[in-house]
Design a protein around this ligand. Structure first.
Ligand SMILES: *Cc1c(COP(=O)(O)O)cnc(C)c1O
Length: 462
């Protein structure tokens, strides 16, 4: 009986899967400030053209460049584990499998796209990449990728995290990334905020503005910006997770998977594990596919589907997505990577179609699930990942009630070794649940009332 199912490097998927090719209704286009669809050229100062081409592609399979694979081999194919100890603790007849993305150098799934994005930028002649980071997961993944590809990396890190969470910053610096506290004196956006609020803790909105400004104002034209989730090309790069998992489940002797789960912040690790299975579902398979999100930031379960900005300051094009409103300030839960107001347009459209069934979980239930996981399987999960674990436990308990031998697959998106302060607070009873009050949601949605509406279109098949 295998506990971990490994693939040989020669068995790694050679192409990414693009869900846009199979969705029964075409995706709505992103819109510019004038309400007209954005043309690819308009994005050229921000992203390299080869990435923009992927962003708008409807090709089903896109070849992974050999040089990208050569870097991914450092930790890929990632192992698929059978969670026997967790199954035993739950007394479930279900067979639970998890894909361990915590084995990457940065400790999460994020390097899968960071490496690809850095490579495409380099191909295009770009020398330097800018980005923003909150808690530091994305900034560290991109710093790692840039180190391996010989690119400069500049990360604007929200000041409060910069000061309170030195370890992710130190990871970035170890990989040669330049991490600076945002707002900074280096950009107009940063200087303007500092002039008015010298003591500001910063915010992701300001950090994004600074990172985009730093990219588009570089007089050499050799700097671009990079985003770690939400956009189509990021979902694409993550599908290697689900494509590997499919081969591994077959190796484990599983003929069918019943439930596929991922936690969802901007949607990328969920898309990564699930989109290859969403494809099977479109073609007739009977699979329950669950994005698990925090009930304090319930984008898919309570946010309407409409056009909204990807960032809080309205610098990005308008994206058709489930959103809580770009001005939404989520409660301070520890799953920092899930505190995002929007959801990837591809994930949102899959939800509109009824191909996926979103669920929201409270923080305390997630920490209980994480601790049970750590005390049975051993690995300590990131607070984000704990949402997927809570959903997997729910499904395993349901299988027990029904007496069914279900096969459950979930994505273990990252380890929590840099997030132990959250565990400490949980053990000391200092954490609470933050169900989002209806009036807060209504207030937050007021900011998007003047924006164009996206009409949800579905085929009605699911
Ligand atoms: C960033 C992050 C997430 C959330 O981002 P998605 O784009 O929704 O995947 C989840 N888990 C971990 C470990 C992360 O670092």
């Amino acid at each position: 009986m295998q506990i971990k199912i490994q693939l040989d490097e020669s068995e790694i998927p050679r192409q990414w899967y693009n869900l846009a090719a199979d969705l029964p209704t075409p995706m709505l286009p992103p819109l510019g400030p004038d309400g007209q669809p954005v043309k690819p050229e308009m994005l050229a100062p921000v992203f390299p053209m080869n990435i923009i081409e992927q962003e708008v592609s409807t090709e089903r399979w896109i070849t992974i460049p050999e040089e990208v694979l050569e870097i991914l081999y450092r930790w890929r194919p990632s192992p698929l584990y059978r969670a026997r100890a967790l199954e035993k603790a739950l007394g479930t007849p279900a067979r639970i499998y998890y894909k361990n993305e915590g084995v990457s150098p940065a400790g999460s799934h994020k390097p899968n796209t960071a490496v690809a994005q850095a490579w495409y930028n380099k191909q295009f002649g770009i020398k330097k990449i800018t980005t923003e980071t909150g808690a530091g997961q994305w900034g560290s993944a991109l710093s790692f990728a840039c180190a391996l590809l010989g690119l400069e990396c500049k990360v604007f890190m929200v000041r409060i995290s910069f000061e309170q969470k030195p370890f992710r910053r130190l990871m970035m610096e170890t990989w040669g990334g330049k991490c600076i506290a945002s707002p900074s004196q280096e950009t107009q956006a940063g200087r303007a905020v500092l002039a008015e609020h010298p003591e500001t803790p910063g915010s992701l909105a300001i950090a994004i503005s600074e990172a985009v400004e730093a990219a588009v104002t570089d007089p050499t034209g050799q700097t671009r910006y990079s985003l770690g989730s939400v956009l189509n090309h990021v979902m694409l790069h993550q599908t290697i997770i689900g494509l590997e998992a499919k081969k591994q489940l077959a190796k484990a002797g599983e003929k069918k998977v019943d439930v596929v789960i991922g936690c969802a912040g901007g949607g990328s690790n969920f898309a990564g594990i699930s989109f290859p299975f969403v494809c099977d579902k479109i073609h007739g398979a009977d699979i329950t596919i669950i994005p698990a999100e925090p009930s304090s930031c319930p984008t898919l379960t309570r946010g309407p589907f409409t056009y909204d900005y990807g960032d809080m300051s309205g610098m990005t094009p308008l994206l058709p997505m489930h959103t809580l409103g770009h001005a939404f300030i989520p409660p301070p839960i520890h799953a920092g990577g899930l505190r995002y107001h929007g959801m990837a347009p591809l994930v949102s459209q899959a939800a509109i179609e009824g191909l996926i069934e979103p669920r929201a979980y409270h923080q305390l239930e997630c920490y209980r699930a994480a601790v049970l996981f750590a005390r049975t399987e051993g690995f300590i999960p990131a607070p984000e990942t704990s949402h997927a674990i809570a959903a997997a436990i729910d499904e395993a308990n349901k299988a027990k009630e029904e007496g069914k031998e279900k096969v459950i697959l979930f994505n273990w998106s990252g380890h929590g070794l840099m997030d132990l302060v959250g565990y400490d607070k949980f053990f000391r009873g200092l954490l609470e649940d933050y169900p989002l009050p209806e009036d807060m949601l209504r207030d937050s949605l007021k900011a998007i009332e003047p924006l164009p509406k996206a009409k949800p279109v579905k085929s009605g098949k699911w």
